[in-house]
Design a protein around this ligand. Structure first.
Ligand SMILES: *[C@@H]1O[C@H](CO)[C@@H](O)[C@H](O)[C@H]1NC(C)=O
Ligand SMILES: *[C@@H]1O[C@H](CO)[C@@H](O)[C@H](O)[C@H]1NC(C)=O
Length: 465
């Protein structure tokens, strides 16, 4: 982040001015007894497809997100102080490689590090020649690692990322870590998450302005399969530089509510972001990609607030902003339905999509943000569906809220503000629901599958599943 030309605060401001104005939340309060209507058209072929890569993640080396975070704590008990700073020290889970008669391992307090006095001493008694030859596998110490060694990521943190199903992983790749290393790690991470890796060369290109061709050639040579996309418009006149594609659609590369209202991750900030993301869904003919930033903060090196995922060496939690992204995990590649909210209140924003799960079950997901401080009686009407086409059993309601809008999660209460899913007993084409104050709610209606005509022997039967 240190190399941005535009200070991040300005960037955030621009994004919010351009995208949030249509959805400003004024302090208009809805009368609790005056129902608000949400009309949704779910008829076949009426919606618009949302880009497959609308919501992704932006990984950068800030707040010790990578080094000291996602991929640093691989070595368990790396300071040999699991049992405290006393000696002889507890060196578990380190174990000796080779023959114990070839190696003596002990601990003393000779370390040059003030905060980590315990040092490990290894005396190798064998040699490559002479009377005491070392075992063929060599001698040394082995550490099985904290989280399994695979690609070497902390499993708990990668799981947090997997759960929001990011469709792309953006990484600038030019910051504190040396290049090839960072690119390798980012690539693995994208592979582990099944996300499309997007290496944002443009930051780098501007950073290396004047060297564009050298830069282009170097990437082409090293990573011939990477598509290089320029954000210059090549439609009216030819580009004056080589590139595989041009695209001037909007990429909201970093969004987040920051400042006093956001604290270190408040519900208030998360609700505003939910409204903003609903706006992006609705404008996804123009906005093609969006990613929250920063993704991680290691509490031992907090350089930027707020962040999506907070961790230290042993614990982690998602901020409300992280949980908001769960509600959009199915949006990329889904179909946006026409949804009209009949209200004079500007505290409410809603959208509706249809999406299919991996088993091919089809859902209508209705999301609504209530930014106001009173609850709202909402009448939802879904048109364009056959009668009895909503399954009661699989339909759910998911709510993100808390008693106070400034509430935050913490290591002590990691899921104080987290989505709570319950069965939606009133699931139907016409529903009367109550939307809690200061909340983000999604209603997932499971659609009955279309009728199938199945031929069995000589008789045909119609099975309506
Ligand atoms: C992580 O933070 C919590 C809360 O401050 C603390 O209790 C715990 O000891 C920390 N863990 C490590 C390994 O620093
Ligand atoms: C919105 O306000 C106008 C004017 O006050 C009123 O006539 C109308 O009924 C209101 N609409 C709704 C949906 O509340």
């Amino acid at each position: 982040m240190g190399y941005y030309k535009v200070p991040r605060s300005v960037l955030f401001l621009c994004l919010f001015i351009s995208f949030c104005l249509p959805y400003q939340f004024l302090a208009y309060e809805v009368e609790a007894d005056q129902p608000v209507q949400l009309l949704i058209d779910a008829s076949e072929g009426s919606g618009r497809r949302i880009p497959d890569t609308l919501f992704g993640i932006f990984f950068e080396e800030i707040n010790h997100a990578g080094t000291g975070g996602l991929w640093a704590e691989l070595v368990s008990n790396r300071g040999f102080e699991a049992g405290g700073a006393i000696i002889p020290s507890n060196i578990d889970p380190w174990s000796i490689i080779g023959d114990e008669s070839s190696l003596i391992v002990s601990t003393d307090r000779s370390s040059c590090f003030e905060r980590n006095k315990v040092a490990l001493r290894m005396e190798v008694l064998c040699d490559s020649e002479g009377a005491h030859i070392c075992p063929s596998g060599g001698v040394g110490l082995y550490n099985p690692g904290f989280w399994g060694m695979g690609h070497g990521f902390r499993k708990d943190l990668v799981d947090m990322l997997t759960r929001i199903k990011p469709r792309f992983l953006r990484f600038p790749g030019m910051y504190h870590v040396t290049w090839p290393l960072q690119i390798g790690l980012d690539w693995w991470l994208a592979e582990d998450l099944d996300a499309l890796p997007i290496w944002e060369a443009l930051d780098g290109l501007e950073f290396a302005r004047g060297n564009y061709l050298k830069f282009y050639d170097a990437i082409r040579r090293t990573y011939p399969d990477i598509k290089m996309i320029t954000n210059c418009d090549g439609s009216s006149r030819p580009l004056d530089h080589p590139a595989d594609m041009y695209d001037f659609h909007a990429f909201v590369s970093e969004y987040a509510v920051t400042g006093k209202d956001a604290g270190t991750g408040s519900l208030l900030a998360a609700l505003a972001e939910a409204g903003f993301l609903i706006g992006l869904e609705k404008n996804s003919d123009i906005v093609q990609m969006a990613s929250y930033a920063p993704l991680f903060v290691n509490t031992n090196d907090r350089r930027w607030n707020p962040d999506a995922i907070v961790f230290n060496s042993s614990q982690h939690y998602g901020t409300p902003s992280y949980w908001v992204q769960h509600f959009f995990a199915e949006s990329s590649g889904a179909t946006l339905l026409n949804a009209a909210l009949k209200t004079n209140s500007s505290s409410l924003v809603a959208s509706a999509i249809t999406w299919k799960n991996s088993e091919g079950q089809s859902y209508i997901r209705i999301k609504i943000v209530n930014f106001g401080s009173t609850s709202v009686n909402l009448k939802i009407s879904v048109s364009g569906l056959d009668p009895n086409s909503v399954e009661l059993s699989g339909s759910t309601k998911t709510i993100l809220t808390s008693a106070n809008v400034m509430d935050e999660n913490s290591f002590k209460e990691p899921e104080k503000i987290a989505p709570i899913q319950t069965l939606l007993e009133s699931a139907d084409k016409e529903m009367a629901v109550q939307v809690l104050p200061h909340s983000f709610t999604s209603f997932d209606l499971l659609k009955k599958s279309v009728s199938l005509r199945i031929k069995e022997d000589d008789s045909s039967s119609i099975s309506s599943i």
